[in-house]
Design a protein around this ligand. Structure first.
Ligand code: MSP
Length: 517
């Protein structure tokens, strides 16, 4: 694997980020960090989607310009991702100059080659989805099924993209590449949608949608926001001038998106790419949705939770626990839920009681019985070695299928196995009985495995992993394929005063206060 190019959906900036947006960015960051332990060149792109009628309307309601609204909210997304340790390489804003120009060029090319044509049209437009809806997909009351709002009747002369021309090629691609749409169970849904696709409108009259990229040589039309938005995946890496980065990174290894926007990514985007004569991304991974206390988040219900408020309510010094909880909250592609109580319970159990305590107890015993020193005779064939290296392989396989929660379960089961080993061998009894060599072997076995655990948990909890690795004198940059069962060095490992808990249990009083809010 010589490069790994990974992207998130770019978020609408008509509001501040919520934990649904955060869920996706965390999943993507966990993937990116995992792949950084397998490949030297990971490129992670995220950003904001800033044009369209929705932004135009929100700005008008607030009495500010769309650009002011975008600037204000794009910054909130950047701040939130910083607080969550989302380590992206680039943040694209679709109002960036270079992006706007590139989108105009893409549109012009498609017009010139006949893939885009002009046509009068009347349809039902949902500004929530930023797309025309098929009347047969509306609810019985004629509402958009996602936003439960009545779509607007729009009658305009627009540009149309010949989506139908690419229908067969896309069906063929999906059938020949069963891992193109992940998880696989979503592919059928897309194949069904492909059955009755029509050519799509790819511009709006400027008189109706002012806040959009203008069509070159046609000042009356704005480019459809989904052409604008989807193009970010290529414009960000320099498609317009065929930069070295573009040649190196395209096609993307994976677009991480929510299940609600799968149609745009697995039908429209492949069609645009085929029209541009570009290869298709290797995978499109559609994650599920996050609910709050089992309820859909919505402004009208007043239950929209911001990721930074969770960090503040639990008085957390970094986002590791929240990242871990979100990343394991749902099986691959399924919906998940956030609740304060479950959050507290799960991270206290997994990160503090199981993982953190194990390291702390083991290091403390090494100091108590051996003055913190790993002696050469403590190294032997590690009874946990096979399981640990097997877990590394299983975790890699899960990641290759975007099974981030499932990989997390495997890591915790390795932690449990190490805990059970300590319990079964009782090194404190061995020490009492004078079996010091055996005692030292058990402790060293566990510490060697803790190095592997720090590496596996790093994508989810980078701060905790660094803290663990520091106490183990382990190089966290070690590639997964280079891990062995012999990771701690012989000699003095640690002084008593350098043993620090890697994760403090979430204070129950603070947590209670937060759940009452
Ligand atoms: N701007 C488009 C995406 C364009 S990508 C070329 C958009 N924006 S969005 O702000 O509505 O959503 C951004 C991402 O957040 C989407 O992948 C969406 O699925 C995800 N989520 C929004 N709410 C969510 C939850 N409640 N739970 C999980 N993800 C959710 O769509």
């Amino acid at each position: 694997m010589d490069k790994y190019y990974i992207t998130t959906a770019i978020d609408y900036v008509n509001g501040a980020p919520h934990i649904g947006h955060a869920y996706e960015k965390i999943l993507t960051d966990v993937l990116a960090r995992h792949y950084s332990l397998r490949c030297d060149d990971v490129y992670f792109l995220t950003g904001t989607d800033e044009h369209g009628i929705k932004i135009q309307k929100t700005a008008a309601e607030k009495g500010i310009t769309p650009k002011e609204l975008c600037d204000e909210n794009a910054q909130k997304f950047k701040d939130a991702w910083k607080a969550l340790d989302i380590d992206y390489n680039k943040f694209i804003r679709t109002t960036d100059d270079y992006h706007e120009k590139a989108v105009q060029h893409i549109f012009k090319k498609l017009v010139e080659q006949g893939d885009i044509y002009k046509h009068s049209y009347e349809g039902l437009y949902c500004s929530g989805c930023e797309c025309f809806l098929n009347p047969k997909d509306l609810t019985e009351d004629g509402l958009c099924p996602t936003h439960l709002k009545k779509p607007e009747v729009v009658s305009e002369e627009n540009y149309f993209f010949k989506l139908t021309k690419y229908k067969d090629a896309i069906i063929k691609h999906i059938k020949e590449h069963p891992d193109f749409i992940m998880p696989e169970f979503r592919a059928n849904e897309v194949l069904n949608q492909l059955e009755d696709i029509q050519d799509i409108s790819v511009s709006r009259a400027k008189s109706n949608v002012k806040w959009g990229i203008e069509v070159l040589d046609d000042t009356e039309q704005s480019i459809y926001v989904w052409i604008d938005a989807l193009s970010n995946y290529i414009t960000a890496i320099g498609y317009d001038d065929m930069s070295e980065d573009f040649k190196k990174y395209w096609p993307a290894d994976v677009h991480v998106i929510g299940k609600d926007i799968l149609k745009f990514h697995s039908i429209y985007w492949p069609a645009f790419l085929l029209a541009l004569n570009l290869p298709l991304p290797k995978h499109i991974f559609a994650h599920g949705w996050i609910t709050i206390d089992e309820t859909k988040m919505s402004k009208s219900l007043g239950n929209v939770v911001s990721p930074t408020s969770v960090l503040e309510n639990f008085n957390m010094e970094n986002a590791d626990a929240f990242r871990y909880y979100m990343a394991v909250s749902a099986p691959c592609g399924r919906d998940g839920n956030y609740s304060d109580d479950d959050f507290k319970e799960k991270v206290n159990a997994h990160l503090a009681n199981s993982m953190g305590n194990l390291l702390n107890r083991t290091l403390s015993m090494l100091v108590k019985y051996f003055d913190g020193e790993v002696k050469p005779e403590f190294k032997h064939e590690n009874p946990l070695g096979k399981k640990a290296l097997g877990t590394v392989q299983i975790v890699k396989n899960h990641f290759d299928r975007f099974e981030i929660s499932e990989a997390g379960t495997e890591i915790i089961s390795l932690v449990d196995a190490a805990n059970k080993y300590v319990q079964d061998t009782a090194p404190w009894t061995l020490a009492k009985e004078g079996k010091l060599n055996e005692c030292g072997q058990v402790l060293t076995d566990v510490l060697d495995i803790m190095c592997i655990i720090s590496s596996l948990i790093y994508p989810y909890c980078p701060n905790i992993a660094q803290n663990m690795a520091r106490q183990l004198s382990f190089n966290l940059k070690t590639k997964l394929d280079d891990l062995t069962c012999n990771n701690v060095k012989v000699g003095k490992l640690i002084e008593k005063e350098d043993i620090k808990p890697v994760f403090l249990r979430l204070d129950s009083e603070l947590a209670d206060k937060s759940s009452k809010k």
